[in-house]
Design a protein around this ligand. Structure first.
Ligand SMILES: Nc1ncnc2c1ncn2[C@@H]1O[C@H](COP(=O)(O)OP(=O)(O)OP(=O)(O)O)[C@@H](O)[C@H]1O
Length: 498
């Protein structure tokens, strides 16, 4: 149903009921006194916040008249007629919407379904994001007042106050990966994101990617200063490509071929992949509406996290050989450059998996994250190295990620907080007689056999051929992400199987 139809029918229903209930009586001295006290209480609350009232007026919310106050930070409304026949003042709680949660305001008009414009004014509709658990949902506050002058004053003032949120994007570059997960990214964007962007007057320039690397090549060429942000609709692979593109573009623009440079545009992530750990780590939930609202609201001041990672958003390596691990302990000053071999710690052994995560990697499967002790912007990474063990023990360790704790309480799991890691594999030919003689011992016999002498690095599901060693380093605060600080994701997984 279109908004005009909905509006018209709503008004017709209201009129019929109004006639039937015309005799409804809600006056009385006691009630008046209580109402007055309550109005004073609301005023005191507002004054306490040192906020002057920008506008004050009478609107109908639903069927009842309300006293509505607008300050620079909030809209507050209180029913003028007590809610209960007894007029119990305790029921007269004011309603509040913070302007930082409001993303659009429109004038409501009565229109026939066929009518495109005009029509008598009905009032103002205020669109905002309402928190429900870890999600943000779209909600609307309908303030009804048939006076065109009154309505326009409120509409213009609200609009002006919203333009004060200067960090909110007005024009964004959107990349949609149509091949992500179940190939639903285009549908997710059209269905859940585009309507919110339209409502919030966020203009878009959309590229539906045709191949791997397409977003990167567009980002290398396009005029960035036209945009206020970049939006990625896809999974973690698409996010990694755009993080790479943003930093590479900044390096090209700054003529800095080696040293990473901070991206000029923030990145918004709409989850459409299979796991979406980056999205979950900044939205707390795998939900396109929550993600879109985080983008249009760009909530100030604190929760605009900066990502600590450069290209290696998530890198987990499944190896079958002996891997010396060179760890660089976390540097509080977040110096991304290695200072010398003396600051490295070297571990050597047989590892089943090595995970290096500079974000907590929350997901519905692991609500507290694969790296629970890492936050989005703290500049360190968690190294979790799983030593060789039996298949059943390895699975037991993995299954514990779905519960709250205990995943690291295994003798074969080691964890470190690091700023850089160097992984150097050893070829099967490098095994000495001595090292391989204890066949059958779970500590020395790989449970997965290596194929040939190439380096089949499995990096977050992608097979990558890199000779010798891989170096992973945290480059702090290079990319600003739309979202908020999240410590636990919503768990939507009911079974504990892998
Ligand atoms: N049109 C396309 N066809 C094939 N691959 C594409 C296309 N567009 C982008 N890609 C590449 O697809 C890769 C994987 O995409 P993405 O991460 O979005 O999906 P996913 O693998 O299903 O999700 P997840 O990473 O959460 O498992 C990315 O590396 C991206 O560069």
């Amino acid at each position: 149903m279109s908004e005009p139809e909905e509006e018209l029918q709503e008004e017709q229903r209201d009129n019929t009921k109004k006639k039937k209930k015309k005799k409804e009586q809600r006056s009385g001295k006691k009630k008046k006194k209580e109402k007055q006290e309550h109005e004073e209480q609301v005023e005191v609350e507002v004054e306490e916040q040192s906020e002057c009232v920008v506008l004050r007026g009478i609107f109908k919310l639903g069927k009842k008249s309300h006293d509505v106050l607008l300050t620079r930070t909030r809209l507050t409304w209180t029913p003028i007629i007590p809610e209960t026949p007894t007029g119990d003042v305790s029921m007269l709680q004011p309603g509040v919407v913070l302007l930082q949660d409001v993303f659009a305001v429109k004038v409501k008009r009565r229109r026939a379904a066929s009518q495109q414009s005009g029509g008598p004014v009905l009032g103002v509709a205020v669109f905002y994001g309402r928190r429900k658990g870890r999600r943000l949902e779209e909600d609307t506050l309908h303030l009804h007042n048939a006076s065109a002058e009154h309505t326009n004053t409120w509409y213009n003032t609200l609009k002006e106050l919203l333009t004060g949120f200067s960090s909110r994007p007005r024009y964004v570059k959107v990349f949609i990966n149509p091949s992500s997960h179940k190939k639903e990214a285009v549908h997710i964007y059209r269905e859940h994101v585009a309507p919110l962007f339209k409502m919030a007057d966020v203009r878009t320039d959309i590229t539906v990617t045709e191949r791997k690397g397409h977003a990167l090549s567009v980002m290398k060429e396009c005029k960035l200063d036209e945009y206020d942000g970049v939006v990625c609709v896809g999974g973690d692979g698409s996010v990694a490509e755009l993080c790479h593109a943003l930093v590479l573009r900044a390096q090209l623009d700054a003529d800095s071929p080696v040293k990473p440079v901070k991206a000029v545009l923030p990145l918004g992530i709409i989850p459409a992949g299979s796991t979406d750990v980056v999205s979950c780590s900044v939205h707390g939930v795998r939900d396109p509406v929550t993600a879109a609202l985080h983008i249009v609201l760009a909530p100030p001041p604190s929760p605009l996290p900066t990502s600590s990672q450069c290209v290696n958003v998530l890198m987990s390596c499944l190896k079958t050989k002996s891997d010396p691990l060179f760890l660089r302990d976390q540097d509080p000053d977040l110096d991304p450059e290695p200072e010398g071999e003396e600051s490295w710690t070297t571990n050597q052994g047989l590892y089943l998996s090595i995970s290096i995560m500079s974000i907590p990697c929350l997901s519905p499967h692991a609500p507290q994250g694969l790296a629970p002790n890492t936050s989005v912007a703290n500049g360190s990474a968690a190294l979790i190295a799983v030593g060789n063990t039996s298949r059943s023990e390895f699975i037991k360790h993995l299954k514990r990620y779905s519960s709250s704790s205990g995943q690291f309480s295994f003798s074969f799991v080691e964890t470190h907080s690091v700023s850089a890691v160097r992984i150097r594999p050893r070829l099967p030919t490098g095994w000495s007689e001595e090292e391989s003689e204890e066949e059958g011992d779970p500590r020395t016999t790989p449970i997965i056999q290596a194929e040939g002498t190439a380096f089949p690095w499995n990096i977050d599901g992608e097979l990558v051929e890199i000779a010798n060693e891989v170096v992973i380093r945290v480059h702090p605060r290079l990319i600003t992400l739309y979202g908020e600080e999240v410590d636990e994701a919503e768990s939507t997984v009911s079974c504990s199987c892998i």
